[in-house]
Ligand binder design. Structure first.
Ligand code: CDP
Length: 231
């Protein structure tokens, strides 16, 4: 079996590290690192809605913000929101909404902030995995956790968790996925590139299998915090 640029097997994710409670002043927070990609998430709320006319008497409103730091990539990223970060904020929100019980918090806002401090592809997936852990850490009522990883088609092989080098290969297909394992629900599926029907099926199944592995890591990190009395 031929290998990938960094020596991984086709179904092997990069090394993952996850931790909750990294921002003490936030209601919930998490760090999620996959290879060289690092996401930090902070959750604030449920809190008062500003401006007040935005509040919903039926449920909480959830706002998601994604940001990549200037120093997160070799070529300095211009600070501040751009089209890409606004789109990823929306993608994050859509991936998380199916699991959050917003109806339990009418007339409030839940704010989810994710910052990418180091980027080597797969940042939206790391952002979703970190945000999901931070929401759980904030004690927000949830039906499930969302676990996320990209799959794709590189050099004629279906692979999981593409790094930047693989993303840059000519003809690569990148498919960020998010999955809620207990609900057995795919909450995000994007596709950048071309792929055959047969390989698409293989990629989705590899994505679901890999998200289940991410889920175990997320769960372990949450349990660790609470077995250490919050420290
Ligand atoms: O990060 P993700 O794969 O979810 O999204 P992307 O838009 O496909 O970006 C892929 C990668 O390109 C990022 O993870 C960064 O490593 C890199 N990138 C960059 O170097 N400079 C930017 N302004 C945006 C992305």
């Amino acid at each position: 079996m031929s290998e990938r640029p960094d020596g991984r097997k086709f179904d092997e994710m990069r090394d993952i590290e996850a931790k909750v409670g990294v921002i003490k002043k936030a209601n919930g927070s998490a760090m999620f690192r996959i290879g060289k990609t690092i996401a930090i998430a902070g959750v604030y709320g449920p809190k008062e809605v500003h401006p007040k006319h935005m509040e919903d008497p039926e449920k909480a409103i959830m706002k998601c913000y994604y940001n990549m730091y200037s120093f997160s990539v070799p070529e300095r990223k211009r600070p501040g929101p751009d089209r890409r970060s606004i789109e990823i904020g929306m993608v994050m929100k859509n991936a998380l909404l199916p699991v959050v019980n917003l109806k339990e918090y009418p007339r409030t806002a839940i704010e989810v902030f994710v910052n990418i401090i180091q980027a080597d592809a797969g940042t939206r997936c790391a952002a979703i995995s970190a945000a999901s852990m931070a929401l759980a850490d904030a004690g927000i009522s949830m039906k499930d956790m969302v676990s996320s990883v990209a799959v794709g088609h590189v050099n004629n092989e279906v692979v999981v968790d593409l790094n930047k080098e693989e993303e840059d290969v000519e003809g690569t297909t990148d498919m960020p996925m998010a999955y809620a394992p207990r609900m057995n629900k795919i909450t995000l599926l994007q596709l950048d590139g071309k792929i055959s029907k047969e390989k698409l099926k293989k990629a989705i199944s590899l994505g679901m299998k890999s998200c289940k592995k991410v889920y175990e890591i997320q769960k372990k990190a949450l349990k660790e915090k609470y077995s250490n009395n919050g420290e």
